[in-house]
Design a protein around this ligand. Structure first.
Ligand SMILES: [Zn+2]
Ligand SMILES: [Zn+2]
Ligand SMILES: [Zn+2]
Ligand SMILES: [Zn+2]
Ligand SMILES: [Zn+2]
Length: 858
């Protein structure tokens, strides 16, 4: 029997699709990477009985990066990144072992059906999958087609079966357009980012960002926010005057009239008009106009509109909203949420879709009414040819979706019902008045039929008091007339919704990338999200944009990016050549880059105004090993130590607190050690500022603390304080935190595991000896006489924290049995699992002490 391999974009999708296609009769097993499952069943394919194997990837299999040495910031001139630096596709997440997994499953398969999401990214992943598996698949007869692509927009039976019955082929051009975008973003982004990060971080101490990034799309996005900020800053309020009249007739309530001249900017003129109006105590009705008006039902929903509403009405950021929408899609509740289309295809069964929602009490009535009177044709929108508009595909309740999931689903469903409802109709009444020689008016709306606003009440016509019945010639009594002094007010910061609109209007970003770019500028500390989801640029964001404007406005204006996106679309349509577009765009940016480097001083002048030179920032903390003067600790991200005398900057561990460590010094370089702590319950370890940036041993990498240091004789190193193999990860070692008492603990030097032990002991030390059973170092504990938990009132005990029975209840080892199989009885074999032979498990250290010493003295 032949085998058909089928691949979806996410594990949950593979399961849903397999359930549909196998009619619930598939058997499932975990794949070798633990993350993906394989669902198998027998059915027919192209007229023969075959074995189906449905599985998935987890998003992109590969990601683009520079080859090895070009990733070194210190050794590569960023200009080389435009053309000289070769790129390669690496596994996007090596831990998932995706290529191996796909190959194991594809070996011996005869056909492949690609069920990746139907957008350009999905098309790109199709080819990543094919690259991985084609070599191991069975070679069919030369003429036979073996690669198929399924096109679908929702995870429903109808859609999935339709896709299966109309298989096509993957679209190489669309995949290429994604490759081109990835390569452009990588080369341009990295070159600018590395150059300016190094330049400015070396000079200024209070730039609060680990990365001063540039992105061909991210930067114009930031540009919009700063442009608005500049408008607010340069705004000069102007005073103006308005005439306001209040009138009444008989017992009717008072009406406030608007002045037909609206406002004047000259007080004298305003005064003159009020004097003219005040000559009359009566307001005479000049005309009464009644007009029936229509508020149109919305267009069918696309991604950009969904994100706008999610932000402005539901208070959800675009990235968050997109994640929720994707979850709703993979669970089959809504159709594919990445689409530009606002038009339903002719054959779309709107009625069937609507019928699903007859049982939800919230909109039950409206839905039933529509089904009995007939659906209204949705408005004609734009058809981008990708997917149908975002549509609810299945009934749901709040309980099954969770709070945010439900709120978004509810909105999508209400929007859908609205698109097949009637327009809202109302009567607009406008009454024009004359008071003296001045003209005033007032108008009001009266609802005729609410139409779609029943399900979208926030768009409804507000209930207003009815306009008084009157006709031409009637008179009202003027109750009050006055001249109001007002000021023009500045615009407000851009809301997320407005930013999305601007990005869409200027053609930068796509439905897929808009949320990512907005998220990036928030995370990099260029804008903050204020009340009402308004985006307020930070000092750094403002200076950067102003700097680009000063050197090369095109770096921040949306024009170039939008032109590039157009070219990318042409690649996708097969109308432009991939290589040519790439080459041409890189040439332009390479020249821009050189100009930018040459003009960096003009940007620097702006920086100087906002940021302090590195030597003037920070607090004295620890001593430099070279000059023995105090170095300053710079807390702004990335936190660093700076010696102004030697003019050197040393990196530190991030995202924690740094303090001086007992004034102890590194025996290698005489720098004072500092202690890094990740918070009260987290781990802490000492590190040497010099060794951290300049690894002393060949087998050490940059960024290691003393808990990973293999110094043979240093009392703070892993060699002295390491206890045993981590209970959770493969490569980590649990290291005693020597200043954690009285709540003693040890922490893994690779992962986040923290193990608590020996509370209230006044001394805990790592002994020279190691455990016969598991190779861990023994630990010597010294308790206080009055509080000792040891049997028979003993105060001292030395033993293995994993194996010793006396220690058993004093150590909080959660998963210890996994690696230390002897622990806590359980009938395990003696001798452990043979992981690592030397003392302290397989510590990554030079083979023996002499070798280590030799390495040190080289
Ligand atoms: Zn120094
Ligand atoms: Zn050192
Ligand atoms: Zn050390
Ligand atoms: Zn670990
Ligand atoms: Zn042991």
């Amino acid at each position: 029997m032949r085998t058909v391999l089928m691949v979806a974009e996410k594990p949950s999708l593979a399961l849903s699709i397999a359930k549909i296609l196998s009619k619930g009769n598939c058997t499932s097993r975990k794949g070798l990477n633990g993350a993906c499952s394989v669902h198998e069943y027998t059915s027919s394919f192209q007229g023969q009985t075959v074995r189906f194997k449905m599985t998935s990837v987890c998003g992109h299999v590969m990601s683009l990066d520079f080859i090895g040495k070009y990733n070194n910031w210190d050794k590569v001139d960023p200009a080389e990144l435009f053309s000289k630096a070769p790129t390669e596709k690496k596994e996007a997440n090596p831990k998932l072992n995706m290529v191996k997994f796909l190959q194991v499953e594809a070996r011996g398969c005869d056909y492949v059906v690609l069920w990746l999401d139907c957008d350009k990214e999905g098309e790109n992943i199709c080819f990543e999958v094919l690259d991985a598996i084609q070599s191991v698949m069975n070679k069919g007869s030369v003429r036979e087609q073996s690669i198929y692509r399924a096109k679908f927009s929702s995870i429903t039976e109808t859609d999935i079966w339709n896709a299966m019955n109309r298989l096509g082929v993957p679209n190489h051009n669309e995949a290429l357009s994604v490759d081109a975008r990835q390569e452009l973003d990588l080369r341009i982004g990295c070159a600018f980012t590395r150059f300016q990060t190094k330049y400015f971080q070396g000079k200024y101490g209070n730039l609060d960002s680990s990365l001063i990034s540039f992105g061909p799309c991210q930067t114009p996005t930031l540009g919009f926010c700063v442009e608005r900020h500049d408008k607010i800053q340069s705004f000069k309020p102007e005073t103006y005057w308005v005439l306001q009249a209040k009138v009444f007739k008989g017992k009717d309530s008072q009406l406030t009239l608007d002045w037909n001249r609206v406002r004047v900017f000259d007080r004298e003129v305003g005064q003159m008009f009020i004097n003219l109006a005040k000559t009359s105590r009566e307001a005479k009705v000049d005309t009464v106009i009644k007009k029936e008006k229509t508020k149109q039902r919305p267009h069918a929903l696309n991604t950009v509109e969904m994100l706008r509403v999610a932000s402005s009405a539901l208070g959800m950021g675009p990235q968050h909203a997109m994640q929720i929408a994707e979850r709703l899609y993979t669970q089959g509740y809504i159709s594919y949420p990445r689409t530009e289309t606002t038009h339903y295809p002719e054959n779309f069964d709107l009625k069937e879709t609507l019928k699903q929602h007859t049982n939800n009490p919230i909109w039950e009535e409206e839905v039933k009414a529509l089904l009995s009177t007939g659906l209204n044709r949705p408005r004609k929108g734009t058809d981008a040819g990708d997917h149908p508009p975002i549509t609810p595909m299945r009934a749901a309740s709040e309980g099954e979706l969770g709070s945010d999931g439900w709120r978004l689903y509810e909105y999508i469903t209400r929007h859908f019902i609205a698109t097949v409802s009637q327009d809202c109709k109302y009567l607009q009444t406008t009454i024009d008045f004359n008071i003296g020689t001045e003209a005033f008016s007032c108008s009001g709306k009266t609802l005729i039929s609410p139409g779609y606003t029943v399900v979208m009440p926030w768009q409804g016509i507000p209930l207003e008091e009815a306009m008084p019945a009157c006709e031409r010639g009637d008179t009202f009594t003027v109750d009050e007339i006055k001249l109001l002094e007002k000021q023009t007010s500045p615009p407000d910061y851009l809301t997320e919704a407005e930013l999305i609109t601007l990005m869409e209007k200027h053609g930068i970003g796509t439905d897929a990338s808009i949320p990512v770019h907005i998220n990036n500028i928030c995370q990099r500390n260029y804008v903050t999200v204020e009340n009402g989801r308004k985006l307020k640029p930070t000092n750094l964001g403002i200076v950067l944009v102003h700097g680009y404007y000063k050197t090369d406005a095109e770096l921040v204006l949306p024009t170039i990016r939008s032109a590039v996106e157009k070219q990318l679309n042409l690649i996708a349509l097969g109308k432009a050549n991939y290589q040519q577009v790439l080459q041409h765009t890189l040439d332009i940016f390479k020249r821009k880059f050189h100009y930018f480097v040459d003009s960096i001083t003009s940007m620097d002048e702006l920086m100087e105004v906002s940021f302090s030179p590195i030597a003037a920032t920070g607090k004295p903390l620890s001593r430099c090993g070279k000059c023995h003067r105090f170095m300053k600790y710079i807390q702004a991200k990335p936190s660093r130590l700076h010696c102004s005398h030697c003019d050197e900057t040393y990196s530190l561990s991030q995202n924690g607190a740094i303090k001086l460590y007992k004034e102890l010094r590194c025996p290698l370089d005489d720098f004072e050690l500092v202690l890094w702590t990740s918070g009260a319950r987290g781990k802490s370890y000492p590190l040497c500022p010099y060794c951290f940036s300049n690894p002393p041993f060949r087998d050490m990498k940059k960024g290691m603390g003393c808990n990973e240091c293999t110094h043979p004789s240093c009392q703070h190193s892993l060699n002295s304080l390491g206890i045993g193999q981590c209970v959770e990860c493969d490569s980590g070692v649990l290291v005693l935190d020597p200043i954690s008492g009285p709540k003693w603990r040890m922490a893994c030097n690779k992962c986040n595991v923290v193990v608590h032990f020996f509370e209230h002991a006044h001394r805990v030390q790592v002994a020279q000896e190691s455990c016969d059973a598991c190779d861990a170092s023994l630990v010597a504990v010294d308790f206080n006489k009055t509080r000792t938990p040891l049997p028979a009132g003993e105060t001292q005990h030395t033993g293995c924290v994993f194996c010793d029975l006396v220690f058993q209840d004093l150590v909080e080892l959660k998963h210890a049995t996994m690696r230390h199989s002897i622990h806590r009885g359980g009938g395990a074999r003696r001798g452990g699992r043979g992981r690592g032979r030397g003392r302290r498990g397989n510590l990554k250290k030079p083979k023996d002490k002499m070798a280590a010493l030799a390495a040190y003295f080289v």
